[in-house]
Ligand binder design. Sequence first.
Ligand code: DLL
Length: 426
Amino acid sequence: MFQPEKEALPIPDLRAQQLRSLQEMVARQAAHVPFYQRQFAAAGLSPDDLRTLVDLRAFPFTRKTDLRDNYPLGLSAVPRHELRRIHASSGTTGKPTVVAYDRNDLDVFSEVVARSLYAGGARPGMTFHNAYGYGLFTGGLGTHGGAERLGLTTVPVSGGGTEKQVQLIQDLEPEVIAVTPSYALVLAEALERAGMGPGDISLRYAVLGAEPWSHKTRLEIEARLGVVATNIYGLSEIIGPGVSNEDAGEQSGSYLWEDHFYPEIVDAETGEVLPDGEWGVLVLSSMTRTAMPVLRYWTGDITRLMPEGGHTGRTMRRMDTIRGRSDDLIILRGVNVYPTQLEAVLLSLGQASPHYHIVLTRTGLMDELTFQVETGSESPALRREIEKQVKAQVGVTVRCELCVPGSLARSEGGKLRRVTDLRGER
Ligand code: DLL
């Protein structure tokens, strides 16, 4: 269900529609959400001040702390009885962030996920193995609603239970799988153990997201599962999965569904809006949401909007892969390092599997990064080569530790934590 009247709208029409949707959202917030009433008053703004898309820049950001401070449902813009679903995103500390949906929002959710899965190669009538976790996490149920909307035979497997997953893939022969990239590798290993190579597996498309992953990991998953893999991006505060997705025939940047989510890229330090093409923090406004519309949400995700159009006929902009999170950044002896950069080094060496973990420690005033890598070898030469390449490609000195296959933590169906920070407060 490619909808040209939406996805290929001429750009001036799309911009006009976005301005209308933003104006309506800000008016709803000013009328119904005390938090936004206070925010607008503090900035000396009223909804009438939003006359052009550029005017949006004067409006304040919404941050994760604002959702926490208004826990659980303080940012809701509709009466409680109109809510149809509540999800929550696990915080690293303290209370989770709670997000709420009314009927309209669930409709928007399934529309953008259906579009995403279609872009990822899924077609009505295909069987769909959904290995995103069901529950408070938006991945499982969110993807489920869109898959049914698209007309897929949906198998709600959820995360974990690897042997059961392998059995269901063998028996139900799904063409499409949705799963985190780290768990896709676990499934590939388990399928290989069950004697199944890419030629024996029915899967053709994998829609992967919820955590950062590199191009090399894409190639590895594609080769081992025999699929075309696309990137799906999203976050609970905006809706869940389905903010953007790559096209399976193009695999170059994820089309951001700009008729529902208005994107800006801003400087991480100053908050100033940057032109398309520049890297910065992605800020999103959930224009068409009614239960909990969020204005200029600071996602913390570092990416860029691609300045050039894609080749699929869609006019909406594409976003690049997430380079890291502004708050996930490791600063090691003054050098900025994203875990995905270390992963890319590892994979550029070819012989290593992409299972790795990063441990940060401190000896005296010196920060140390231990790069634990799973390989089939204990060769000191390989260890030294990895250290040398990290220094050359990323610019930091790290200590590499080779670990035996299977010894590092695997995804248990959800997101995998790649970094253990033992440095404490300075
Ligand atoms: O992870 C929603 C989701 C589910 C997306 C399934 C895709 C597939 P949260 O738990 O709120 O929601 O986490 C959102 O995860 O701000 C990013 O930092 C990260 N993230 C999500 N998708 C990607 C991706 C879901 N494709 C946070 N690449 C976001 C990199 C991603 N990071």
